[in-house]
Design a protein around this ligand. Structure first.
Ligand SMILES: *[C@@H]1O[C@H](CO)[C@@H](O)[C@H](O)[C@H]1NC(C)=O
Ligand SMILES: *[C@@H]1O[C@H](CO)[C@@H](O)[C@H](O)[C@H]1NC(C)=O
Ligand SMILES: *[C@@H]1O[C@H](CO)[C@@H](O)[C@H](O)[C@H]1NC(C)=O
Ligand SMILES: *[C@@H]1O[C@H](CO)[C@@H](O)[C@H](O)[C@H]1NC(C)=O
Ligand SMILES: *[C@@H]1O[C@H](CO)[C@@H](O)[C@H](O)[C@H]1NC(C)=O
Ligand SMILES: *[C@@H]1O[C@H](CO)[C@@H](O)[C@H](O)[C@H]1NC(C)=O
Ligand SMILES: *[C@@H]1O[C@H](CO)[C@@H](O)[C@H](O)[C@H]1NC(C)=O
Ligand SMILES: *[C@@H]1O[C@H](CO)[C@@H](O)[C@H](O)[C@H]1NC(C)=O
Ligand SMILES: *[C@@H]1O[C@H](CO)[C@@H](O)[C@H](O)[C@H]1NC(C)=O
Ligand SMILES: *[C@@H]1O[C@H](CO)[C@@H](O)[C@H](O)[C@H]1NC(C)=O
Ligand SMILES: *[C@H]1O[C@H](CO)[C@@H](O)[C@H](O)[C@H]1NC(C)=O
Length: 752
């Protein structure tokens, strides 16, 4: 039997030190049971949380890949190792309570219950069983390694709803409730699925495993499947049904909190594919200056993030191609002088043989490899590439050194981590424009320092984020947990816990279509419900928009209006237009994508929205502070705030009814009158040619009505009362349907 008495005594001491008397402290350090080859550990972790680990033949080492913070930010269970004070025989029974959650082992089967205020318990879920059924903890070992594939099954009911599971931003999936779905746990462009979900029964479950696999939400059973693991490691926490903020607080208490972003990043971000030389960048900056699009530097100044892709000579150089960017430092300084803007630069993880860094990386084993063969992961732009192995600390250090030399030390402080989805360049079924366009295997057998793509691949982007985070810290001398960021990275992928980095996720290369505009809402609120609120998208969609067509222009303005009410307001994309451009350098798209590129009338509207965004910065800043303090979700699906007060919202969420899931709240849920957060309901327009929209206003809970909150239309100031009904409002191009609660002045001043 494993014993760690000294370590445990220390932990027990800290339990007492942080003991909150209103909170039921764990009445056990852990339960262990052994069932033949299998070992299962059940321990208290975080507030109202339980961590379960299961392994075969040997104990977990504690050195497995993990997104947990240990100790957690809040609650018991830190540095617990494999501590346990209950050891059960095969088919034994015992129970452990931490706060309001109870883990019950009965006859070798686990179930989880919530203790209600009146002392009764409610079953949340249990390991799935039936008279005859596949074992709920099921493993397959092939004995080529100490790893196994595994399936863990839990009971569910047909009316249960599940939310979260990360971001599925393409294109037909418009779901907030994932019940009935199979979610593939594999990363690619726009697809950042995360093994975490919340239930409307009042619990959140997270599999702390970066393996590929899937989650099946079938009528009676929820099944998590990992294709390769050395330990099964999951966490479950509970809160009263409907209190999703509490679940997020507890979950981010064990996986990390978002540091507050720098003010400038909350302004307007300009980007396109692609500004390919220095004079274009300076011309754009000059035009922003001349057009007087936000010239005031009073609060945050005017910020323009010009972003590059393929600004390097060879993939893996991680430096500017000096032919096109002769003076990066001078360019950054001039952009700053003209506009006050910070700059951001894109880095790809791909390395080609001709890169100046190739030999050094290869000699030092800092490139990802394959099970056999030359280690090639992908091809892009006509050359074979390999991925830098950012899972290796030495590779992270090498990468950062190059980024510092080439960009950071030259005044370009923000980094865009593109294409680092893992395994390949993130287009798994795409052969990058070559004759055979579709390849019938999902991944090459990519191997990293930390393991295989199958076992560890979902953490590859996360470790890229970490490389840049470490670089920022090493340069600024910050140590310990980062609480605020001076610079940010933008990333196309992440893993659970990615919220602890100075980073934001965007939804990848989306299609420029009205239906995709609306679909982005379900992607955004789902990843927010998975702990990642630091999120944005390409305003206008990434590809397919014709700048010179009326439809393209209308779509852009509609998308822009929504972008004002996202955590970050970021224009990006490749565009089609009437201009014929040069064929070199590669990807030299000549089409414009600036606020003035969409016609004179629309420029007026876009300027109005940019002004509004700057007016909202204090509000957004406050939302990020709350996110940092308690993990409170910024972009909120309606079920967060109204599933208890409004059956239409509860039912509509269950059915993924567009009138419910294509709207969201942007802001704080508050029950405190003095500090009360005004709230914004955003109902973007997702069809062409309309001037009005039927909007469903959720029925406000009593606690709001007693505070005299009502739905007020942002533009007309018409008061629509307590909601619970559809209203038909004007939805002109320059008036996105937005409704607010409380006083508008409080919103604009961030006094929420
Ligand atoms: C912990 O508390 C739960 C719920 O009250 C109880 O069922 C269980 O037996 C207790 N366990 C121990 C080890 O005291
Ligand atoms: C909890 O464990 C006890 C003791 O084995 C058992 O009688 C009870 O049915 C279990 N409860 C649940 C919900 O599994
Ligand atoms: C105790 O509270 C739960 C949850 O609110 C409720 O479902 C149950 O009916 C209550 N039981 C009693 C005996 O009051
Ligand atoms: C930069 O691009 C512009 C087209 O926007 C072109 O006219 C100019 O010659 C380019 N300059 C360099 C140095 O390539
Ligand atoms: C940051 O500094 C630490 C300590 O010197 C070092 O181990 C680490 O590799 C550095 N990280 C990066 C990304 O340079
Ligand atoms: C970053 O670059 C600056 C300027 O070249 C240099 O002084 C500094 O030592 C570099 N820091 C790291 C961590 O590479
Ligand atoms: C772009 O080309 C189309 C088709 O020739 C034409 O109808 C349209 O007026 C052009 N738009 C602009 C802005 O030049
Ligand atoms: C729930 O929504 C479905 C589909 O929109 C509808 O048919 C049904 O009547 C609704 N049920 C309730 C109880 O509102
Ligand atoms: C946000 O809402 C929470 C929960 O209702 C409340 O406790 C908190 O005070 C609010 N925050 C602010 C800054 O109003
Ligand atoms: C909304 O109002 C407009 C203008 O009054 C009207 O044309 C339109 O038919 C109404 N839409 C619906 C669905 O009632
Ligand atoms: C730009 O933003 C600043 C700071 O928020 C604001 O004071 C100013 O009015 C804005 N200027 C324009 C032209 O929008």
């Amino acid at each position: 039997m494993f014993t760690a008495p000294l370590q445990f005594l220390t932990v027990a001491g800290s339990f007492l030190a942080s003991a909150d008397t209103s909170y039921f402290q764990p009445n056990s350090t852990g339960i262990k049971f052994q069932n033949g080859f299998e070992r299962v550990y059940i321990q208290p972790f975080g507030n109202h949380g339980i961590r379960v680990r299961a392994s075969l033949l040997r104990d977990p080492t504690g050195a497995e890949l993990s997104a947990f913070l240990d100790p957690p930010i809040e609650g018991p269970g830190g540095h617990q190792g494999l501590a346990h004070d209950i050891t059960l025989p095969f088919r034994g029974s015992a129970s452990l309570r931490n706060g309001d959650i109870v883990a019950n082992v009965s006859n070798g089967m686990l179930s989880f219950l919530r203790v209600e205020p009146n002392g009764t318990t409610t079953l949340l879920t249990s390991e799935y069983s039936d008279t005859k059924a596949l074992p709920s903890r099921f493993y397959t070992q092939d004995f080529r390694a100490s790893t196994f594939s595994t399936q863990f099954s839990f009971s569910s009911t047909s009316d249960e709803q599940f939310y979260g599971t990360g971001q599925q931003a393409c294109c037909n999936d418009n779901s907030v409730n994932k019940k009935g779905q199979v979610v593939d746990l594999i990363n690619y462009n726009s697809h950042v699925t995360l093994p975490v979900y919340m239930s409307n029964k009042g619990y959140l479950q997270f599999f702390n495993m970066p393996s590929q696999g899937r989650i099946e939400f079938s009528p009676l059973r929820t099944r998590f499947e990992a294709s390769e693991a050395s330990v099964v490691d999951y966490y479950i926490t509970t809160a009263p049904p409907g209190d999703y903020d509490a679940l997020q607080q507890q979950f981010t208490g064990v996986t990390g909190r978002q540091p507050t972003p720098p003010d400038f990043i909350l302004g307007y971000q300009q980007s396109k594919l692609r500004y390919y030389n220095q004079s274009q960048v300076l011309n754009v900056a000059q035009r922003f200056h001349d057009e007087n699009v936000n010239v005031s530097l009073i609060v945050v100044g005017k910020f323009l993030n010009v972003l590059y892709f393929f600004a390097w000579k060879f993939q893996g150089d991680w430096s500017f191609d000096l032919e096109f960017f002769p003076d990066p430092a001078g360019m950054a300084a001039e952009v700053k002088r003209l506009t006050g803007a910070e700059m951001m630069v894109s880095l790809w993880p791909s390395v080609e043989d001709l890169s100046v860094n190739y030999l050094t990386l290869q000699e030092n084993g800092l490139l990802a490899t394959t099970r056999d063969g030359p280690g090639i992961q992908d091809s892009f732009s006509g050359v074979y590439t390999r991925l830098v192995d950012s899972t290796n600390p030495a590779a992270r250090e090498f990468l950062w050194k190059r980024l510092n030399d080439s960009y950071f030390s030259k005044g370009i402080h923000n980094f865009w981590i593109d294409q680092a989805d893992g395994g390949t360049l993130g287009e798994p079924f795409d052969n990058n424009g070559q004759a055979i366009t579709s390849i019938p295997f999902a991944r090459p057998f990519t191997q990293y320092f930390i393991g295989t793509q199958e076992a560890a691949g979902k953490m590859y982007p996360w470790l890229h984020q970490q490389a840049i985070e470490e670089g920022f810290r090493n340069l600024t001398g910050a140590s310990g947990a980062t609480t605020s960021c001076q610079h940010m990275s933008l990333t196309r992928s992440t893993f659970v816990g990615g919220q602890r980095f100075c980073s934001y996720l965007w939804s990848g290369d989306t299609d420029s279509r009205f239906d995709v505009l609306l679909q982005q809402i379900t992607a955004g609120v789902s990843v927010a419900a998975s702990g990642i609120s630091s999120w944005t998208l390409d305003i206008g969609g990434f590809s397919g928009l014709d700048v010179d067509s009326d439809l393209g222009r209308e779509l852009f303005v509609r998308w822009f209006a929504m972008g004002v009410f996202l955590p970050y307001t970021r224009v990006h994309g490749t565009r089609n237009c009437n201009i014929t451009g040069p064929t070199t350098p590669a990807f030299a798209n000549p089409c414009p994508n600036e606020p003035w590129s969409y016609g004179a009338d629309n420029f007026v509207i876009i300027k109005k929205y940019i002004v509004l965004r700057y007016q909202l910065v204090p509000y957004v800043k406050r939302l990020f502070q709350m996110l940092h303090e308690t993990g409170r979700t910024i972009m909120r699906p309606l079920y967060y705030d109204f599933s208890l007060s409004d059956p239409f919202v509860a039912n509509g969420t269950g059915n993924n009814d567009p009138s419910v899931v294509h709207q969201y709240m942007f802001g704080n849920k508050s029950t405190d009158w003095v500090l009360s957060g005004p709230r914004l309901l955003i109902s973007p327009v997702g069809e062409p040619g309309v001037t009005t929209k039927m909007v469903y206003l959720p029925l406000l809970p009593d606690s709001f009505l007693t505070q005299e909150f009502t739905w007020t239309h942002w533009w007309s100031e018409v008061d629509f009362g307590a909601g619970g009904k559809f209203v038909n409002v004007s939805a002109k191009l320059d008036e996105i349907p937005v409704f607010y609660l409380g006083k508008k002045q409080d919103i604009l001043s961030g006094n929420i």
